[in-house]
Design a protein around this ligand. Structure first.
Ligand code: NAG
Ligand code: NAG
Ligand code: NAG
Length: 429
């Protein structure tokens, strides 16, 4: 076993400087399901009726979300991505769903989704076409926002294809205003920075004021190499992007691909752990009608979801890379800390990693309580700044911990003459 002397550092990022978009939504990272990575632009309902982009697909996913515990775990939004509309706008210039694949129309689909206690997301594009070539919203922002509001849609994913990059900011801001003007609270998911990065560093103050979350980097694929490039991009840009995240607005590293074909179980655990550390939206793209129990258990793991949804609302960050271990930390409410240790060595077997706090590291001075969540749940008990926590991490797997400081104050009961119970704090030392 390799022992690593390791000093946990608490980087202090300032609270988000900018105000979040004020629509009362995404107070914690959005949770739900989004069709793109798994179902893409499959529009062939004759040959592949079960997997084509049609109202049936979203209704079935909504049914599964209620039946199989997803809704109860916190997954709420059922989201349509590209390829839902007809190639033509209607006579009044409005977008319309493909009549063959959505015979009931979007409004009726929204009613169905709402009847399940869930929310419906839809997709459009800031430019003149969507990425798959359907009509874009450029020049139609007010009309399209009103159409989505009339249909009782709850979320808009607004892509950035076919747009002059110098107008991206204007376009995203105009649509944000148009959504606000409808009077309906519609969660606004942007891709503004993704399309701007090739040309200039995006203004995250403006983005946070405009959007509820925003994609920064490439589409996720169903592969470990894709997950790794997303993590590497995030780590190398964290000084710029982490401070912009907070309640109401989040960096979006794209969908969870857990439950598909490309990731081993250890890699699925790594995606889940790191997406929670990154305070990322948890939008699954998988087939909820056919998902293996282990992947389902991981996606519904309450302890990981609690990290994701922590009320402090701070995004975590990469702290150190040593001996092919990569450590990420996320500050949590009540002075707790989540720590993920990712084994980036893709050869050999499980490797040991030792966490040693150091004197002066407040969270474990004098004592802290350590809970291991991944690879399996284990209470590691009370530690002091002198003790070591030994982890075993599989290749491309992740150990996920929470560390809870044990306060110098102890609460005990004082019995008063009138027998009412009062609590008082007293210094132990
Ligand atoms: C519209 O914006 C105003 C001001 O920012 C905000 O108070 C209001 O809640 C917003 N309305 C909706 C529907 O988002
Ligand atoms: C945004 O709105 C302003 C004000 O109405 C308008 O002048 C501008 O052309 C719009 N930009 C885009 C990209 O729609
Ligand atoms: C970024 O956007 C904010 C708010 O919209 C604005 O006040 C600020 O001047 C912009 N910063 C830069 C460098 O353009």
């Amino acid at each position: 076993m390799i022992c690593v002397l390791f000093l946990l550092r608490l980087l202090v990022f300032i609270r988000p400087a900018a105000e979040a978009l004020d629509n009362g939504l995404a107070l914690t990272p959005t949770m739900g399901w989004l069709h793109w990575e798994r179902f893409m632009c499959n529009i062939d309902c004759d040959k592949d009726p079960d997997n084509c982009i049609s109202e049936r697909l979203y209704m079935q996913m909504a049914d599964m979300m209620v039946k199989e515990g997803w809704k109860e775990a916190g997954y709420e939004y059922v989201c349509i991505d590209d390829c839902w509309p007809s190639h033509q706008r209607d006579a009044r210039g409005r977008l319309q769903a493909d009549p063959k694949r959505f015979p009931g129309g979007i409004k009726k689909l929204a009613d169905y989704i709402h009847s399940k206690g869930l929310k419906l997301g839809i997709y459009a594009d800031v430019g003149k076409n969507t990425c798959a070539g359907y009509p874009g919203s450029l020049g139609h922002y007010e009309t399209d926002a009103q159409t989505f509001a009339d249909w009782n849609v709850d979320l808009l994913k607004f892509d950035g294809c076919y747009m002059d990059w110098t107008l991206l900011g204007e376009g995203y801001i105009n649509m944000s205003k148009a959504l606000n003007q409808t009077g309906r609270s519609i969660l606004y998911s942007c891709e503004w920075p993704l399309y701007e990065w090739p040309f200039k560093q995006p203004n995250y103050t403006a983005i946070r004021e405009t959007c509820n979350h925003w994609r920064n980097f490439n589409d996720v694929y169903d592969s470990w190499s894709s997950i790794k490039t997303i993590l590497d991009w995030t780590a190398s840009h964290q000084d710029v992007i982490v401070p912009s995240a907070g309640s109401g607005g989040w960096n979006d590293p794209d969908m969870l691909v857990i439950g598909n074909f490309g990731l081993s179980h250890d890699q699925q655990e790594s995606q889940m752990a790191l997406w929670a550390i990154m305070a990322a939206p948890l939008l699954m793209s998988n087939d909820l009608r056919d998902i293996c129990p282990r992947s389902k258990g991981l996606l519904q793991n309450k302890r990981i979801i609690d990290i994701s949804q922590d009320p402090l609302g701070r995004q975590g960050y990469h702290t150190i890379k040593v001996d092919s271990f990569e450590v990420w930390e996320r500050p949590l409410s009540q002075n707790r800390l989540a720590v993920a240790v990712l084994n980036r060595q893709e050869i050999g077997g499980p490797r040991g990693f030792v966490i040693r706090a150091v004197p002066g590291w407040k969270i474990c001075d004098p004592q802290c309580n350590v809970t291991q969540i991944l690879p399996q749940y284990k209470e590691l008990g009370v530690q002091t700044f002198k003790s070591e926590v030994v982890l075993s991490v599989n290749p491309s797997g992740t150990a996920l911990l929470t560390i809870t400081p044990i306060s110098r104050f102890r609460t005990y009961k004082l019995h008063w003459q009138d027998t009412s119970v009062r609590h008082k704090q007293e210094t132990i030392l």
